[in-house]
Design a protein around this ligand. Sequence first.
Ligand code: ADP
Ligand code: MG
Length: 328
Amino acid sequence: DELISQIAAGEVVERPASVVRELVDNALDAGAHQITLRLLAGGVRLISVEDDGGGIPREELPAALKRHATSKISNLAELESVHTMGFRGEALAAIHSIADVSLLSREVGSDDGHAWMLHGRTGELAPAARTHGTTVEVRELFYATPARRKFLKTDATELAHCLEAVRRHALARPDVGFAVWHEGKLVEQWRVCHQGEPQAALAQRLGDVLGQDFLAQSLALDWQGQGIRVWGRTGLPDAARARADRQFAYVNGRFVRDKVISHAARSAYEDVLHGQRQPSYALFIEIDPTRVDVNVHPTKIEVRFRDGREVHQAVRHAIENALAKPRS
Ligand code: ADP
Ligand code: MG
């Protein structure tokens, strides 16, 4: 089982940012409102993710590090929808097989009144102190596989990838606050947006994460057709210097990298602006989960649409509509 986990780890964990993505994902699943990351050496020496979510009961701590231990599938009926969300119960086990993992957690409303600490390496479980929520610490990534460790880039580069992973989550969840510390210094902090209206909340978070310039030079969009809704913001190409790292697409709340979406966005820009330009956007695509398969890749970043043409048209129309409107 250890070997299977290590193989899974090879697919799931490419670099510290992959761990960051999975741990923040778990914190959000646990209902966190505030997530704090602490990194050392670009995440290679330490990735600590602290949340104020529901916590893990003491008796479930050891299982959380085992393969296919997931609290997120409770019956077969749920399997279909869980399947489309990409829940697999493998991330923590995979990370545990290639790094030194410890869990510190206090369940909301737990009777024993204190937190528990599990050291993954020794399996030792001991009482500890903290308010409700969970802290997952991952130390010395790839310590047992020096060959893989060699492939890592400089700390600054790995940190940049970690920040990008947090950004992807943060744009989708303006209702959650994020803070990132590196080597003891606060490097990013995005406060909770209390805007109830999604478009307003997105605008606020976009301004915080990508800068007020980007926000000022972007347009809101919202389009619906053929059972697909596409909403979000798209950059004005003449003003904002669009960059590939400002292309954020989400399918049912999950960040994806998808050729259908990026191609549709590029086509829309070319149609409206009659020139080759890199679009920039934060697009949220809402579609019936049965029309999309998320589990084509273990990292869950890639999706396969049952009908790519419809998604292509929806994205293209959404952006064209926004760009074609006279600016006010
Ligand atoms: P999955 O998220 O697919 O269920 P993981 O390996 O990522 O699998 O996590 C295993 C289990 O550990 C989760 O199902 C959950 O019960 C528990 N867990 C992990 N991280 C947290 C967290 N931050 N808060 C609460 N529970 C967590
Ligand atoms: Mg998970």
